[in-house]
Design a protein around this ligand. Structure first.
Ligand SMILES: C[S@@+](CC[C@H](N)C(=O)[O-])C[C@H]1O[C@@H](n2cnc3c(N)ncnc32)[C@H](O)[C@@H]1O
Ligand SMILES: [Zn+2]
Length: 569
């Protein structure tokens, strides 16, 4: 992965969808392109693609993923940049090798946030090759303390820029603001801020556009690691991985040059892969050009409720919308956007999301989805497919998605609900281990078909049947070790077609079905929690017994109180 974007979806699922629903040279639309998985898979399979996202970080990452690059130019650009700034930046992290006493460089420095003291640092010695975590010596403390002035000095003399934007109030920023961190630059130590600003200013001077663009991309990618949000996860150095802003009690100050180099290598590998699998695709500026140009890609940073595309011009919509308030894309992306857009933040007004700070309710979320889906319906060719992954622990959120699509004019395909089991890697992520999260995805297939007349008067009777079926299903389920996601999956097979069918003719029956199911499930909250805890224990034991160090183990033990607070999303 070249750059972080939140909630990326498995590429192989999207590759399947692309090849199943389209043919080469077809035009695919993704109105919520996020990290660009649809675009990459579409181009790999020789389809054209229109990728849209409101969030400039999403379209930036997508653009960089599909832009072809000359690998020699990239390689040389890193060498040249290194000649300009590497020594200066490495000198910010200089320390003494405990083995041979030569000059060595810290790869990271761990801070105790409460006392504002260095707890330990890890160095690599370029002379004897020794590497160790050691307590700080006086010279390490002295070096660290001088950066306030050095930053001010450099900034004044060399006109260095770094974002000084205020952190906007938000659902995911409130804990930072409460801790007195009010500006994005306060998420960085002065040393790392200076290092980042120096690299940035040197990149601006690079003449070659490809080199400059990809160096900037690598710098942006390295931000995940260079702030105080980095921390140790057991033995693993971890960058910012939470879906909220958060500084751990023990934070890491990671060597900015080393991180930049590592991220540059990741970008390089990504481009080598892209050159092999996508090759020379054309990034175009208008839909007319998409139609004319083979293997082309149009990327738009805009609200997908208004698309500059003609009616009935798209062969398939393949997308992954936001799942309610699951991830606050715009709030979280600000962290990168302020760096990449000279201090500007992400537009948030039109974001389809549930967000307390912005008073965006489930209803607002549904409306926003509806506006986008109506537009998808307009631009899609008749009879063609609108395919979307979706998931939420809360049926209310899933239902609002189904209602939005159905009210926009789409009909659920008779086999239009597929459950995609979580891929193994996802069942062991921090989130999944912690809360037994709902990690698989549903794949919904809708069609743009003439609306069929639905008899609203049949809704009440069907609702009654549906309710009694659900009661039986739940009662049977709780007598066994069935997990909540498994039970929901079975229930959704009945509920989703019902909701989709009556979304327009009898919306109140749909709400009643949803409320009924959630109320029934609530009764068994404790039961499902126990099952979930047993499952988590089983997974942990498995890792212990097979003597594998689970990457999440130590974090799990440490941060349970935080996770509990956040566990109901
Ligand atoms: C779940 S993400 C997509 C994830 C993506 N499939 C991936 O693999 O990374 C949903 C995206 O919808 C975008 N979004 C939300 N409201 C939007 C709107 N009104 N118009 C366009 N994009 C929107 C968000 O910015 C976010 O990037
Ligand atoms: Zn040494």
């Amino acid at each position: 992965m070249m750059h972080k974007y939140f909630a990326r979806r498995p590429w192989n699922v999207f590759a399947e969808l692309v090849s199943h629903y389209t043919s080469p040279d077809d035009i695919i639309l993704d109105p919520f392109c996020g990290g660009g998985v649809t675009a990459v898979e579409a181009l790999k399979l020789r389809r054209k693609v229109v990728s849209v996202d409101l969030n400039p970080l999403a379209t930036y990452v997508t653009t960089m993923e599909v832009t072809p690059a000359d690998l020699d130019v990239l390689q040389q650009s890193l060498v040249r940049l290194g000649q300009k700034v590497k020594n200066t930046i490495m000198s910010f992290y200089v320390t003494k090798c405990t083995e041979c006493k030569a000059k060595a460089f810290a790869d990271w420095i761990e801070w105790d946030e409460a006392s504002k003291r260095i707890a330990r640092l890890k160095f690599d010695c370029p002379v004897c090759g020794y590497s160790e975590e050691k307590p700080p010596h006086q010279e390490d403390l002295d070096l660290a303390s001088g950066f306030e002035e050095r930053l001010a000095d450099y900034a004044a003399k060399q006109k260095l820029w770094y974002p000084t934007t205020k952190i906007p109030p938000g659902d995911k920023t409130s804990s930072l603001l409460a801790d007195g961190i009010n500006y994005f630059h306060e998420l960085f130590t002065k040393r790392n801020l200076l290092a980042l600003a120096l690299i940035r200013s040197e990149i601006e001077k690079v003449d070659n556009k490809t080199a400059r663009t990809f160096l900037n991309f690598a710098l942006s990618s390295s931000l995940k690691w260079s702030s105080r949000q980095s921390h140790m996860r057991g033995q693993i150095v971890e960058g910012w991985a939470m879906h909220a802003y958060w500084i751990y009690p023990k934070s890491l100050e990671i060597n900015v040059w080393n991180t930049f180099e590592r991220r540059f290598q990741a970008v390089f590998r990504g481009k080598r892969y892209g050159n092999q699998h996508i090759g020379k695709c054309s990034l175009v500026q208008s839909f007319k050009e998409v139609q004319k140009t083979p293997l082309s890609c149009l990327i738009l940073t805009t609200d997908s409720a208004r698309l500059p595309l003609p009616d009935s011009s798209i062969d398939a919509v393949i997308t992954d919308p936001p799942y309610g308030g699951n991830v606050n894309y715009a709030e979280l992306s600000d962290y990168w956007v302020v760096w990449n857009s000279r201090g500007k933040t992400t537009p948030k007004d039109e974001e389809a999301i549930i967000n307390k700070t912005r008073s965006k309710t489930l209803k607002d979320y549904q409306n926003a989805l509806y506006n986008v889906f109506r537009e998808c319906h307009r631009v899609l060719k008749p009879g063609h497919a609108f395919v979307s992954t979706f998931n939420s622990k809360d049926l209310r959120v899933v239902a609002s998605f189904v209602i939005a699509a159905s009210q926009a004019g789409f009909a659920l395909h008779p086999d239009g609900l597929l459950y995609q089991k979580p891929i193994r890697a996802y069942t062991t992520t921090f989130h999944a281990m912690q809360i037994g999260a709902f990690v698989g995805d549903y794949i919904f297939t809708f069609l743009k078909e003439d609306a069929i007349d639905v008899d609203a008067s049949a809704a009440a009777q069907e609702l009654a049947k549906c309710k009694s079926y659900l009661v039986g299903l739940i009662e049977k389920g709780v007598k066994t070790t069935t997990t909540e996601p498994e039970l929901r999956e079975r229930a959704y097979r009945v509920l989703i077609p019902f909701i989709s069918r009556y979304a327009r003719a009898a919306p109140s029956s749909c709400s009643e079905a949803v409320d009924f199911f959630e109320t029934e499930m609530n009764l068994y909250d404790n039961h499902f929690r126990e099952i979930r805890e047993k499952m988590i224990t089983k997974r942990r034991t498995y890792y212990r017994e097979t003597n594998r160090r689970h990457p999440d183990q130590s974090t799990l033990d440490k941060v349970v109180p935080i996770a509990k607070k956040r566990s109901r999303h």
